[in-house]
Write a protein that binds this ligand. Structure first.
Ligand code: ME8
Length: 516
């Protein structure tokens, strides 16, 4: 039976430098969302990549004395390496300097031109290289330092040149209609409100080509111009699924279900991008979610971590699943958040090592000792047993609802509420005391606990895939019984099945300074 398709993307990062924690955050969150849909039975296509053109790349390369292509090659390799280090399950990694992307960007340009939406004119206005964005004078501010700044706090410079324009001004009403008819198009709600009022205030035509440098995709028919980097950048989402070849194998994935981006680039994704697509006669993505920013709280972390902004160092130091869990649990998705050594250590030790790790370790080692290393005999279940098992099963529905609106932290909280309750259950049932008084009941309690751990481990896979996999291995759950449908009673642990020797899955973080 062909399953439902789900197409999800991250923003594509500028490889003008090495990846930082913000890039890692976005990739981890999008990976969790992608994995969730896969475990929920969908056919997922998950895309990430690098945005390699534009004046920022050009200027950085000049400063470093290398060609833009060399700079892009060097750093795109780092972004790919980061995707691996973070356990990202992306199905493709697009680089905008690839041939397929030139073809696709030139095709969308022609489609917009054929629709009468592109004309040649002259541009004079403010440009931020850091944001690769044009701003209206009213959006800029001349500060005491004599420098003019744009709305994101980056310096702007006056630009005057011949340029092609996109007739964005003609799309205001259609965009407002889109936001109204498809209220889920922009999330979270604050972002939607900002964009609606931006569009209501009136849209100007958008300068979409540059002539002062040549690091970009040539404008079809006028090679003196290169495309404005955002025209080509946004197009990556359709390039990867085969545009302009609508018979491409992956094209049925379009329109994308979800573009995950940072809040600073919401305007590009919810105003320019749908307008370009409308103009070119291409279906619109279903939803754009603008997540918040993560900041270093500024405290010194640990000597051995060195530069903690570096995602590789974070993963090396704290462990992959620990970093993933922390970022996904601690920062409500959509809001800004902080990360700090203490906060990561606290989540690692309290939630992962103490709550989930100990639950698994204590129940599995009792099983190893008292049940001959076999799944315990499940006797008649009591109300308490049924309650914890039902809670674990119900967490799936709660998580599904939360993930539907990208509330990743709530989905995780629902699963960890089960873990907390399971610990209370285990402590309350005192299986160690039952060992003497009622061994049959002890086995039922241990079975119930192990079965709860199985359900929790299945549900944890999107967020902490490596550790969840280890837990499922310890419960001898076959690889083809790890999807969300398998949380149900019908797939519960079978008494008498052999289990491997238990091992600790979630190590505690021990302060190195103190340990040495
Ligand atoms: O914006 N916290 O690239 P980029 C969280 N090439 N997210 C952050 C962050 C932080 N501290 N810093 C950056 C671009 N991000 C364009 C995108 S898409 C067609 C083109 C997020 O390398 C940022 O919001 O500056 C964006 O979603 C992504 O990282 C890449 O940022």
């Amino acid at each position: 039976m062909p399953s439902e398709r789900y197409y999800i993307t991250t923003a594509i990062s500028y490889p003008n430098g090495k990846p930082h924690i913000g890039h890692a955050y976005e990739l981890i969150a999008t990976d969790a969302l992608a994995r969730f849909q896969r475990h929920d039975g969908k056919q997922v296509f998950f895309l990430t990549g690098t945005d390699e053109h534009g004046i920022k790349m050009y200027q950085t390369a000049r400063k470093e004395g290398v060609s833009p292509r060399e700079l892009a090659d060097r750093n795109a390799a780092e972004f790919k390496r980061m995707a691996e280090a973070l356990g990202a399950s992306n199905d493709d990694f697009i680089r905008t300097t690839e041939e397929r992307h030139y073809r696709s960007s030139q095709a969308i340009w022609r489609a917009m031109a054929d629709n009468g939406d592109i004309y040649k004119g002259g541009y004079a206005g403010w440009y931020s290289v850091r944001d690769e964005a044009y701003y209206d004078e009213e959006e800029t501010e001349l500060r005491d330092d004599g420098v003019r700044y744009g709305p994101q706090g980056t310096p702007v410079e006056w630009v005057e040149e011949e340029s092609y324009f996109f007739r964005l001004s003609a799309y205001g009403d259609r965009l407002l209609k889109l936001y109204e008819e498809q209220p889920d198009f922009i999330g979270p709600a604050e972002r939607r409100n900002e964009i609606v009022s931006f569009v209501k205030s009136g849209l100007k035509d958008l300068s979409i080509s540059r002539t002062t440098f040549d690091w970009g995709i040539p404008v079809p028919g006028d090679e003196k111009h290169v495309m404005y980097v955002w025209v080509d950048a946004l197009t990556n989402y359709i390039t990867a699924v085969g545009y302009p070849d609508e018979n491409a194998q992956l094209w049925p994935f379009w329109p994308a279900d979800l573009h995950v981006i940072g809040k600073d680039i919401t305007r590009f994704h919810t105003v320019y991008w749908p307008a370009f697509l409308m103009s070119a006669g291409i279906a619109l993505p279903k939803r754009v979610f603008g997540h918040g920013f993560v900041f270093n709280r500024g405290e010194k972390m640990s000597k051995s971590v060195g530069n903690v902004i570096d995602p590789f160092a974070l993963v090396d130091h704290y462990g992959l699943d620990q970093v993933r869990y922390f970022l996904l649990r601690e920062v409500p998705f959509g809001q800004d958040g902080n990360y700090s050594h203490d906060a990561i250590v606290n989540r690692t030790n309290a939630d992962l090592a103490n709550d989930l790790g100990n639950l698994a370790q204590r129940s599995l080692s009792m099983i190893a000792k008292n049940c001959g290393g076999l799944v315990p005999a499940k006797g008649e279940l009591q109300e308490v047993d049924r309650a914890i098992l039902a809670m674990a099963e119900d967490a799936l529905a709660t998580a599904r609802k939360a993930i539907g609106v990208q509330a990743i932290h709530q989905a995780l909280a629902a699963v960890f509420a089960v873990v907390a309750e399971a610990n209370r259950y285990f402590a309350g049932q005192e299986p160690w005391a039952l060992r003497k008084t009622d061994p049959a009941r002890m086995e039922t309690v241990l079975w119930t606990t192990a079965e709860t751990v199985r359900r929790v481990a299945i549900l944890c896979q999107p967020y902490v895939p490596v550790s969840s996999g280890k837990l499922l291995d310890l419960l001898a759950v076959p690889a083809d019984r790890r999807e969300f449908i398998h949380v149900a009673d019908a797939f519960a642990l079978t008494s008498g099945d052999a289990l491997p020797a238990p091992q600790a899955v979630f190590p505690r973080y021990v302060e190195q300074e103190a340990a040495s």
